[in-house]
Design a protein around this ligand. Structure first.
Ligand code: NOJ
Length: 763
């Protein structure tokens, strides 16, 4: 056992992981004694218990507030509650005019006139759409990601929105889980940096500016570890995974000043997280000192009843409030139960003061008390939404998100003249699917399709054949996709077009709404009849460029074996077709790197680069008793960090400034990267470490640094990295950050499948 050389107390010793969700009504600190805190305190003193509970109540807006109120049911009740001052927030009301109308009721008709905070799922853009978040993560370009979030904030805020339910910072290792499209992939280091970039992009430097919105780190916590990738499923993970993999991006978001958190639908080791005092009070508001507020997920307080953690709504409200869920999203539980719970002495009023204080604080920070209508300017709304500047920004982000997975014999880029090109696939002409999932405010049919993008290159003859449909229909409500699994009409036409072409470009993959919430899959192959189409076309013309559209890693082993060029184009948003065409024709040299491992088949999932070595990592004696599957290679199809370019890079000269370090030293690492190809290219230089022996076993590789460089052909650059003690330690099973002495390896390369390695010792 190595000696512990440093112990940073991240969690207080009194906190034990299990058994800490007692009903003790813990107090947490929101108070920083600022001017805003003083205003909050004055306002709190004026509020009745019901008004306080009202601030903790969030309603979804589903009626047209600028027209007549619908009769009956909950709409009428919502109106009444709004007028009583029993609503603190609304979600999914949008448009300057609509928001002004609800805000007017809150400000002008209630006793205290407290403005609403208007939330919305601005996940990858508002109306002008960026690539889906997983695709953006593939850019590894933090500045571009920040910019994309700021474009989204500018459009949403112009439409009356004050608050987005993003970024989703859940680490996802299981491609079956439909929500991996909303996150930054599998790695906590990359995920933390992207979380911070998105928070900065949404919130800017000044939350009260008209073009910024409050961000929300979600889903706290561990939702991404739903068993078997099945949506809303149980989560049962150990402390090491919780502290080292799940929590770091949330902590990073808190450190970047994110103003809100959302809890989630899952339980964690037997406790629904909405009722977890351990997560919300001890870690988030305690250890991390978070002074914003926590919103529940949609009725997740009520769901504690189905989980079997609360016997009824009253108990659910009590548990959630005490545990630190400050706002009830559309559950009606707080508004119905909480005031009475306080009057009965079951919930202390101080719990309400803490929650409401946090909510009011964010409202003050947004400037809503100075001018509740500041985000409701219809002229600005018209100018800002869909502007040329925003189209350019999302195009830039889309190009940066594309990953070149394979390019045998440099089939790509396509020649610009004299070629007969067959473009095949229903997704190639689709103008809705590329918008991806989570796009409530955008309009259908507004993406530039791949067909439209390619048509701009007029030097070749382009023959488009749709082939069989991918989706037969999608419902307008909730966009449920009905897949085409049988109808192969259009197949013959596709085969004929391929026969008479020099190159075939095939756009295949998932329909835009096959990922996202509630869209878990057990099959990761090309959906429907697309594999059949691909193989049929291949038989007559193997000169194929496969452009993938998908919101999760797919298992495309057959394609990898047979198809010479594969481009991962995800769902790239409004400018999809222009971005794809520029890459296919070489006007943009791709530089994206996978943020999630691609499996060979679904049975390998969950598969991720930072796995543990196990006691039997290799087949030593040519026998079966080692950690593997007998029917598939142990390696992934494409590793985390993989991505090619139209040029090539060589890594050499890996150097460390010493071979032995003490814990306070910086480990300086340098490597030389040379562009050995013929065109300028960008490369993400990746640094991984391995701590060879740990009191808690360490992964075989951990990403600790990366840098994006641009190199002209024939040019070399030395890239320098510094590893300090924050990079070399880990969280132990008590949640304490420790750095242990011993031997380390450092790896450098253009993917997690690195090429160079060196050793050092920490004394
Ligand atoms: C449920 C989702 O889990 C969450 O991410 C989203 O923000 C809310 N619904 C509101 O739409």
């Amino acid at each position: 056992m190595k000696q512990c050389v440093i112990q940073m107390f991240i969690l207080s010793l009194s906190i034990i992981f299990t058994g800490c969700d007692s009903n003790k009504q813990k107090q947490t600190t929101r108070h920083m004694n600022t001017e805003i805190d003083k205003k909050v305190d004055s306002l709190l003193k004026l509020m009745t218990i019901e008004e306080k509970v009202g601030q903790m109540n969030q309603y979804n807006g589903f009626w047209d507030v600028t027209g007549p109120a619908p009769e009956g049911g909950s709409a009428e009740k919502k109106y009444e509650h709004l007028r009583n001052g029993w609503v603190g927030s609304m979600l999914t009301v949008r448009g300057a005019k609509e928001v002004r109308a609800v805000q007017k009721i809150a400000v002008e008709e209630t006793r205290l006139g407290i403005p609403l905070i208007i939330g919305f799922d601005v996940i990858h853009g508002y109306k002008t759409l960026s690539p889906i978040p997983l695709a953006e993560a593939a850019s590894w370009d933090l500045k571009a990601i920040e910019k994309s979030a700021s474009v989204a904030a500018a459009e949403a805020s112009a439409s009356g929105i004050n608050w987005t339910f993003g970024p989703m910072v859940d680490i996802g290792r299981d491609a079956r889980w439909g929500r991996v499209m909303e996150g930054a992939g599998e790695d906590p280091f990359l995920g933390s940096l992207i979380a911070q970039a998105r928070v900065k992009g949404f919130q800017g430097d000044d939350l009260s500016a008209v073009n910024t919105i409050a961000a929300c780190a979600k889903h706290f916590a561990a939702y991404g570890f739903a068993e078997a990738g099945k949506e809303y499923n149980t989560v049962d993970i150990g402390t090491s995974t919780l502290h080292n993999i799940v929590l770091p991006p949330f902590k990073a978001a808190a450190e970047a000043g994110v103003r809100t958190f959302m809890n989630s639908f899952n339980e964690l080791n037997g406790v629904p997280v909405t009722g977890s005092s351990y997560l919300q009070r001890d870690i988030l508001k305690g250890e991390w000192g978070f002074n914003g507020f926590v919103v529940s997920d949609w009725a997740s307080i009520n769901e504690m009843i189905s989980w079997g953690h609360a016997k009824d709504k009253r108990e659910a409200a009590k548990i959630a409030a005490i545990a630190g869920s400050d706002m009830d999203m559309e559950g009606n539980v707080y508004v119905e139960e909480l005031a009475q719970l306080v009057k009965d002495g079951v919930v202390e009023e101080a719990i309400l003061d803490d929650a409401v204080g946090r909510i009011l604080k964010v409202k003050f920070e947004l400037g809503l008390f100075d001018d509740p209508y500041k985000y409701c300017d219809e002229t600005r709304e018209k100018e800002v939404i869909g502007s040329k500047k925003h189209r350019e920004a999302v195009l830039d982000m889309a190009k940066k998100s594309i990953v070149l997975l394979k390019n045998k014999n440099n089939l790509l880029p396509l020649k610009k003249e004299g070629q007969k090109i067959a473009l095949i696939g229903a997704l190639a002409s689709d103008k809705s699917s590329p918008l991806g999932s989570w796009r409530i405010a955008s309009d259908d049919e507004t993406a530039v399709s791949v067909l439209e993008g390619m048509q701009k290159y007029t030097g070749n003859s382009l023959n488009y054949v749709k082939g069989p449909d991918v989706a037969l229909e999608t419902t307008t409500f909730l966009h449920e996709v009905k897949l085409n699994t049988t109808d192969t009409s259009g197949l013959e036409e596709a085969i004929n077009a391929a026969k008479s072409s020099d190159v075939v470009v095939m756009v295949l993959g998932e329909y835009g709404f096959q990922t996202g919430e509630g869209r878990s899959r057990t099959n990761l192959q090309l959906p429907g009849v697309q594999q059949e189409l691909l193989e049929a076309v291949y038989k007559v013309n193997p000169n194929i460029v496969l452009v993938l559209n998908n919101g999760r890693p797919l298992a495309i082993s057959w394609a990898d074996e047979h198809i010479p060029a594969i481009v991962e184009a995800w769902q790239l948003g409004t400018e999809t077709g222009n971005a794809v065409a520029e890459v296919l024709y070489g006007d943009y040299n791709p530089s994206g790197k996978l943020p999630m491992t691609f499996p060979r088949n679904v049975g390998q999932v969950p598969i991720y680069y930072n796995y543990k070595n196990t006691g039997r990592p290799v087949d030593k004696d040519d026998n079966v008793f080692w950690s593997h599957y007998v029917d598939v290679d142990k390696t992934p199809l494409y590793p985390f960090g993989h991505g090619l370019s139209y040029t090539s890079f060589e890594y050499s000269d890996l150097k460390l400034n010493a071979s032995t370090f003490s814990v306070n030293d910086d480990v300086q690492v340098s490597v030389t990267v040379t562009n050995t190809g013929k065109v300028e290219g960008k490369e993400v230089v990746q640094l991984y470490i391995r701590d060879l022996v740990g009191s808690i076993t360490r992964p075989v590789k951990e990403l600790k640094a990366f840098e994006m460089i641009t190199l002209q052909p024939g040019v070399s650059k030395t890239v320098n990295f510094v590893l300090n003690k924050e990079a070399l330690g880990f969280y132990n099973n008590e949640g304490k950050y420790v750095i242990e002495s011993g031997d380390f390896k450092v790896f450098l390369g253009g993917s997690s499948d690195t090429v160079l390695e060196a050793d050092f010792t920490l004394e």
